[in-house]
Design a protein around this ligand. Structure first.
Ligand SMILES: Nc1ncnc2c1ncn2[C@@H]1O[C@H](COP(=O)(O)OP(=O)(O)OP(=O)(O)O)[C@@H](O)[C@H]1O
Length: 870
């Protein structure tokens, strides 16, 4: 009993003694209320006063800083907790339906909204980590519905930035900086340009994160310094057998451990967050150029660097390379900043202990070893880039196989495909193994130098001051020496660690160089193609194709001297019709207008007569009217043109020129087209978006969000499906649920059905002008007849491209492209419906009469024979 009573008294005594012995503070009669204030005031006093004992002063400083850091950590934790609690209470009252487990009054079904400014707001379901792990997919979807959604604001695209950056990229590409600078580094120049995308302004969120990271890095180094000192102090106390001081220092040790562990986690979190933010910025930047109205994603195939692996496997570049680049940038920054800050702090501190010569010795050692390591670093950047390319090739080939699985199965092409996949896999493995093989020797050298040589030398340098002071004074104070040695050794090891991390980062920088180069190549290509002056890869001074005329082959292109001027045709938009005037249809290539010419000076227009005044006003009205399904069908002039010609003569290329995805090279070529809402091009190969519903396929390229936003109803789609005779598809589901079915429609629908969906798209969008490329070649004759009559009934103006003359009867005009591939063509009016029907009838009558000719001849012979007998 006595001992239990004595224990609190003993503890109290210990605490009082600790205060008075370690920092000279007497707290016998102090109440807990005033204790903290008194302690801080006393610590401040001692740490400032020159008369205080140096030991006490240092202790006071350490304590003050530890108290400050712990206070800040606790305060930020409490503030965050309070904020979260207030937020929860607010939501609890703001959304009563959540409390009562009811449905909200207005339910958001769509994932994004477009604002007037061009900005978008997206809603992403937030599902906690635990929920994800414990639920299967179906349950997950249900839970997502009930969980809160995260709101993401995407600012509108600023086109000026892209126009401005285009020149920055071009300058670095042309290496203009090389001439004006003494030291030129391609990597640094590329990184300089890319950094403006990663951190656009000084006050950007990312620069704040970066500052926070630097702050925590400095704090980490400083805390390590404190820990090193405390370590030495603790060892000294143990050896001297000072229990109280030992306990005091141990208390400080645990106190410092709180901010130290917080700092380490914060550094990792900030590095990850920064990397993700960089990825968001970069991906957004790429998407803005790659997926916009200038059709960069299509035109990239014509870029001068289209054969580069970065552009060839652009899917891999946009997804994998961007992520790797952002991770590598952040980790290189942390890997360099950490040791550099360590080196500065530790060397300043060590200079007091080891002297200038000692620190200089350490740095000379660093530089020599750094030089050796740099000398033997394998070209990791290049290898990383090659490995990434091989990765992309392998992945892409698999993707290609998935896309064309049915075709390959029909051809029984498994063996060939397997050989190709194996070859690509072997290349990938070889590249990966090569990287590891190259790293093997280097890692050995690195380990020997950094781990063992440096720590060995560390012991030498750490022992220098002890040996020197022992020699000078002749006294060997074990206790003091032990403390000094422990502190110096810890700092030396930290310094060696910092130095080795700096050396390790040589390898990381080398890898980063590879990724930077890939990303830079990707962005330069995107800038080139996105530019309004994109010249479809025209290169000046390229010889024209060899022709029969030898003298011609020797001639250097006159028109492509300046590649910017390669495209000289004129495009007139918002025209109330489609008109081509003197247009040379040329395959885009490096030879520009000297490339392969498919059709010469093509000239035609639909409708036949266009009033230039109505053209202007109609095009403005059309923008608001064209897509409104509630309005009756537009009563266009119903003109039609059929383009006939043999395979490969350039029929689809005319459609490409009308759709503005191929250029008009010749100077006197004039292309006049309606506003983009009024023209609809149906490509030869039907396209179906992946993972979409049947509704998404019918309304493509409109999104289902827009469909509902604009007040369209499913029943209108049903009406359209009835028109194109696809309504039987709906019977596969209950009610209209089949419209919501998500499937791989490209594989699910038959060839003819796919083409009929194309007609449903036309009926839904109701453009004034339609260009159809072999849009009915998989459809039966009676259905084809019905669909063309449908187009005529609703008075669409349409251009059909085909090689079947049977389609002539559905068109008013016929454009025939020559059989001889000499670029010649002719256009003629086919006539009205009545005329064609009458011609058809006449032909039929004549054919019937011809069938009877034989009978008549037989009859004549019989009659003649009878006459002879008589
Ligand atoms: N991106 C391209 N690069 C190089 N050549 C191309 C490209 N696109 C088309 N061509 C070539 O242009 C020529 C005309 O192609 P186009 O698609 O216009 O033919 P078409 O008359 O529509 O033939 P078909 O009736 O078989 O569809 C073809 O010889 C084709 O190989």
């Amino acid at each position: 009993m006595a001992s239990t009573l004595a224990t609190p008294a003993k503890l109290k005594n210990l605490l009082l003694n600790l205060h008075s012995r370690c920092i000279g503070l007497h707290i016998n009669d102090v109440t807990p209320k005033v204790y903290l204030r008194l302690l801080i005031r006393h610590l401040l006093q001692i740490s400032r006063s020159n008369s205080a004992h140096p030991k006490q002063r240092r202790r006071a400083q350490v304590l003050l800083i530890s108290l400050f850091i712990t206070g800040v950590t606790l305060l930020s934790g409490i503030t965050y907790g309070t904020f979260k609690t207030i937020l929860k209470c607010y939501k609890f009252y703001k959304y009563p339906w959540k409390r009562k487990n009811m449905r909200p009054l207005i339910r958001r079904t769509r994932s994004q909204m477009q604002l007037d400014s061009g900005a978008r707001i997206m809603y992403i379901p937030e599902v906690g980590l635990l929920d994800r792990q414990s639920l299967d997919d179906n349950k997950l979807m249900n839970t997502v519905d009930k969980k809160k959604r995260k709101r993401i604001f995407i600012p509108p695209k600023d086109n000026d930035i892209y126009e401005h950056d285009k020149f920055l990229f071009k300058n670095v590409e042309l290496e203009r900086a090389k001439n004006s600078q003494l030291f030129y580094s391609k990597f640094l120049n590329q990184m300089n340009v890319l950094s403006k995308i990663l951190i656009p302004t000084v006050f950007d969120k990312n620069s704040l994160l970066l500052t926070a990271q630097i702050f925590f890095l400095v704090m980490r180094t400083w805390l390590s310094l404190l820990v090193a000192k405390l370590d030495g102090q603790i060892v000294k106390n143990i050896i001297a057998g000072r229990g109280r001081s030992f306990l005091w220092d141990l208390g400080c040790w645990f106190l410092i451990a709180v901010p130290a562990s917080y700092t380490n986690s914060a550094i990792k979190l900030l590095q990850r967050k920064l990397s993700l933010n960089f990825r968001v910025n970069l991906t957004r930047y790429i998407h803005d150029m790659y997926l916009d109205k200038r059709l960069t994603f299509y035109k990239l195939i014509f870029d001068s660097k289209a054969s580069n692996s970065v552009i060839k496997n652009i899917d891999n570049s946009i997804t994998n390379d961007v992520a790797k680049f952002c991770d590598a940038t952040c980790s290189v920054f942390a890997n360099i900043a950490k040791p550099v800050i360590d080196l500065i702090f530790f060397s300043v501190y060590l200079r007091d202990n080891l002297g200038t010569v000692g620190v200089a010795g350490i740095f000379v050692n660093y530089f020599i070893t750094g030089f050796i390591l740099r000398r033997y670093t394998p070209p990791l950047g290049k290898m990383a880039s090659e490995r990434s390319a091989a990765d992309g090739d392998y992945y892409n080939y698999h993707l290609n196989m998935i896309d064309n699985s049915e075709e390959i199965a029909f051809y029984q092409g498994t063996t060939t495909e397997r050989a190709k996949v194996k070859e690509l896999y072997d290349v990938l493995m070889e590249k990966m193994l090569l990287v590891d093989k190259c790293k093997f020797g280097y890692n050995m050298l690195e380990d020997y130098v950094l781990k063992y040589t440096w720590s060995g030398l560390g012991y030498v340098f750490a022992s220098i001051p002890i040996v020197m002071s022992t020699l000078a004074t002749g006294i060997n104070s074990e206790e003091k020496n032990m403390k000094e040695f422990i502190v110096n050794k810890r700092l030396m090891l930290s310094l060696a660690d910092a130095g080795s991390r700096l050396m390790h980062s040589i390898k990381d920088i080398s890898q980063l160089t590879g990724y930077t180069n890939r990303i830079f190549t990707l962005l330069s290509a995107l800038h080139r193609v996105h530019s309004l002056n994109f010249n479809y890869g025209a290169v000046p001074s390229i010889l024209p194709l060899p022709t029969e005329d030898v003298s011609k082959t020797l001639k250097i292109l006159p028109n492509t001297d300046n590649s910017q001027d390669a495209i000289r045709g004129t495009i007139q938009r918002n025209f109330n019709g489609i008109r081509l005037e003197n247009i040379d249809v040329i395959i885009p290539s490096v030879r520009a207008n000297e490339g392969i010419k498919l059709i010469n000076k093509l000239t035609f227009q639909i409708p036949l007569s266009i009033n230039p005044i109505t053209s202007k006003s109609d095009s403005i009205q059309d923008l608001s009217r064209a897509n409104d399904i509630k309005l009756p069908f537009l009563q266009g002039s119903g003109s039609s043109l059929l383009i006939l010609g043999p395979n490969g003569c350039g029929k689809s290329s005319i459609q490409r020129i009308i759709a503005e995805i191929w250029p008009v090279y010749n100077k006197n070529g004039l292309l006049s087209i309606p506003s983009e809402n009024n023209i609809f091009c149906i490509p030869q190969k039907p396209y179906f978006s992946r993972g979409g519903t049947l509704r998404d396929q019918i309304i493509y390229p409109m999104s289902s969000d827009e469909f509902f936003d604009r007040g369209f109803k499913d029943k209108e789609l049903v009406q359209i499906l009835v028109e194109v005779r696809l309504d039987y598809l709906l019977k596969r589901g209950v009610g209209l649920t089949y419209l919501d079915t998500v499937a791989d429609w490209k594989d699910l629908l038959s060839g003819g059905e796919k083409q009929r969906v194309n007609f449903a798209r036309i009926m839904f969008h109701k453009p004034l002008y339609v260009v159809l490329d072999e849009a009915t070649n998989a459809i039966s004759v009676d259905m084809e007849d019905y669909l063309f009559n449908l187009l005529k009934r609703y008075k669409f103006n349409f251009i059909s491209i085909s090689q079947r003359p049977t389609l002539i009867k559905y068109h008013e005009m016929l454009l025939e492209i020559g059989e001889n591939r000499d670029g010649k063509w002719q256009i003629q009016a086919v006539g009205t419906d009545e005329a064609i029907t009458s011609i058809d009838n006449e032909i039929e009558e004549l054919e019937k009469k011809l069938e009877k000719v034989k009978n008549w001849e037989n009859e004549r012979e019989i009659l003649q024979k009878k006459l002879e007998i008589i």
